[in-house]
Design a protein around this ligand. Structure first.
Ligand SMILES: CCCCCCCCCCCCC/C=C/[C@@H](O)[C@H](COP(=O)(O)O)NC(=O)CCCCCCCCCCCCCCC
Ligand SMILES: Nc1ncnc2c1ncn2[C@@H]1O[C@H](COP(=O)(O)OP(=O)(O)O)[C@@H](O)[C@H]1O
Ligand SMILES: [Ca+2]
Length: 566
């Protein structure tokens, strides 16, 4: 990093030891003067190597002047502040900043600087605050060579029933205190019913008041927020969601996810962890991560959007079975997973798709999507070019659809890796968050043992696509139609909300006479059951943005500022 000119440099005390503290527009650094005399080592952030530490300005959460009568940091006891003007610790300010802890997790750490001179203390507080304000106003490229725009006002929706029903507690105890430390104002809505947040966002919320929307809950809650925002944006732009050909309008507001659900795959795959504090800090520092969205249609009818998994067969059946076990919390997926695995159902149908072309890679390459991903950046500039030229891509003009018929245990479309605690590398480890494609994974009928081998590979380093019965394609659009067309009564049952047990028992009754298995599964669309099995899917590149930066490369969290010299 090029050397920046110093804004401030003072000798200040940290825990009664004298430090040389320096600030430039990119970095705040503090160096133990006595230790520094012995070592000539570089300043390294995080681990206090040779008594030196530093933090990039873009990862400072807040700076606060410390009141005189606060507890002493060393002992925790209340102390009378010495009145002697010679006391070098009489005045103090505290800097709160991001610290990386275990894998991809962030923590709000702090350091208190003491000095004898009140005006010097004020100068430091003011200068750091000015630098934080400049991060937004100048659209300054930050330490990571990306723009960060910190939100000042957020609309927060909490699902009190998601996951282990701890959403409200997690928000109140872990998130609200750091939002308030960072002077972010919030309007908080605790939802009272399913789709409360979606409907509020779609029709009522005064979105001009906010710099972002935060959802506290799982993937289902995120899906509600995303549907509310995307539909509202299309309504305001006069875009007809029922038409598959329409180019959808990107959303202006970013979405933050505080994980408090059962799978939390969208948070895990965009941040690298499902830790609420980490997510809150990504929101505060104003990170931005674009994300693709799939639109799902049945004929000329819009059904839903999907950002993570669209799964027919295995994951559809797991979800259908798990819905009636909601009371079990996150464990319902494991129980239903084992049950579905043992039932070993396969489904017949036709999958057609439009392959992604150009430099978009393949699901089997080892190019994982990480912070600042070059594949996603390229897609973003391609999108700009095609928008200016007002053209449809070549592949879409020429009808180059591939058609595959068969018997499948699972048909999965992963628009992102779908990494989650159950499978840290995810359903498609090389899928990209914002490349305008989805990875279509076809698992053909095979033995139980082979399917188990395939499933197990989601949890270890082996390649889950390296089986003769698994095919995987990177696609821009796909369609599915089941071999046995769904009859109207089945769809009516699903649409009237008769899902899960009643729906399955209806099918089972119909099939009992012939002794065969149900001919159709359901689509699992980000954890919601779709009312149709024949669907058409199109990926919309970078339609929304999250308060996230993608998963950081290994070396960033091991030694984030190895070159952090000032
Ligand atoms: C043998 C172990 C195999 C483990 C295989 C794990 C693969 C996990 C891939 C998960 C992809 C998740 C994609 C995200 C989906 C979510 O949108 C969605 C909604 O989330 P929410 O409730 O937080 O709102 N979640 C889901 O649909 C849940 C999918 C969970 C699937 C778990 C499957 C467990 C399978 C266990 C099989 C065990 C076989 C054992 C045989 C003796
Ligand atoms: N107040 C509420 N009461 C009941 N259901 C709700 C409420 N708020 C949201 N939901 C719904 O709960 C479902 C599950 O929410 P989610 O937060 O994803 O938890 P989980 O990860 O456990 O599935 C979502 O489909 C969402 O629409
Ligand atoms: Ca994608």
């Amino acid at each position: 990093m090029e050397k920046q000119s110093r804004l401030l440099c003072s000798e200040l005390c940290v825990q009664r030891r004298l430090y040389e503290v320096t600030l430039n527009c990119a970095i705040l650094a503090w160096k133990d003067i006595q230790i520094a005399k012995k070592h000539t080592g570089r300043a390294i952030y995080g681990a206090v190597k040779a008594g030196s530490s530093c933090v990039p300005v873009c990862e400072i959460i807040a700076v606060q002047e410390k009141d005189d009568d606060t507890p002493c940091k060393n002992t925790g006891k209340w102390q009378k502040v010495p009145q002697s003007p010679a006391d070098p610790c009489q005045h103090a300010f505290t800097v709160f900043y991001v610290e990386r802890t275990r894998q991809h997790c962030w923590w709000c750490s702090n350091v208190t600087f003491h000095c004898s001179d009140h005006s010097l203390c004020l100068l430091w507080v003011q200068t750091i605050r000015e630098q934080l304000a400049l991060l937004n106003s100048e659209r300054r490229v930050n330490y990571y060579h990306t723009f960060a725009n910190r939100p000042k006002s957020l609309l927060v929706y909490i699902n009190p029933y998601g996951g282990k029903q701890r959403g409200k507690q997690i928000y109140d105890h872990k998130v609200a205190p750091i939002f308030s430390r960072a002077s972010i104002s919030t309007d908080v809505i605790v939802t009272e019913r399913a789709n409360h947040a979606r409907d509020h966002l779609k029709t009522e919320a005064d979105l001009k008041k906010y710099d972002g929307v935060v959802c506290v809950g799982g993937d289902g809650m995120f899906s509600e927020i995303m549907h509310g925002l995307v539909s509202r944006t299309q309504q305001e732009a006069g875009v007809d969601e029922n038409s598959m050909e329409e180019t959808l309008m990107p959303c202006g507001l970013r979405i933050g996810i505080i994980p408090a659900g059962s799978t939390d795959c969208i948070c895990y795959a965009t941040v690298g962890s499902n830790d609420p504090v980490t997510s809150a800090l990504h929101i505060i520092v104003g990170d931005s991560q674009a994300m693709d969205i799939c639109s799902v249609h049945n004929e000329d009818r819009f059904l839903r959007y999907s950002v993570s998994l669209l799964g027919y067969g295995f994951y559809g059946d797991v979800l259908t079975d798990s819905e009636r076990k909601r009371w079990m919390g996150p464990a319902r997926y494991d129980i239903s997973g084992v049950k579905t695995f043992l039932s070993h159902r396969y489904y017949e149908g036709t999958v057609s798709f439009l392959p992604a072309e150009g430099n978009l890679g393949s699901p089997r390459d080892k190019m994982q999507c990480r912070t600042g991903c070059s594949v996603c950046r390229q897609s973003s500039s391609d999108k700009l070019v095609s928008k200016n030229e007002d053209s449809v891509s070549d592949a879409e003009c020429q009808d180059t659809w591939t058609v595959i018929r068969g018997k499948f245990l699972a048909i999965n479309a992963a628009s992102m890796s779908c990494a989650c605690p159950r499978s840290p590398k995810g359903l498609s480890p090389s899928a990209h968050l914002a490349d305008g494609t989805t990875d279509l994974i076809l698992v053909r009928k095979c033995s139980r043992l082979d399917f188990l081998r395939h499933l197990l590979r989601h949890t270890n380093k082996d390649d889950q696509f390296d089986h003769s019965f698994v095919e995987v394609y990177r696609v821009k659009q796909f369609r599915f139609s089941p071999r046995y067309q769904e009859c109207d009564s089945e769809v009516d049952l699903r649409e009237s909300g008769v899902t899960g047990k009643r729906f399955l028992s209806q099918i089972c009754r119909e099939h009992r006479a012939c002794g065969c298995m149900p001919s159709q599964s359901n689509w699992n669309c980000d954890g919601e059951i779709l009312p149709h099995t024949a669907i058409q899917v199109r990926v919309h590149c970078q339609l929304i943005k999250l308060f996230a930066r993608g998963i950081e490369e290994q070396q960033v969290f091991e030694d984030p500022y190895a070159h952090c010299a000032i």
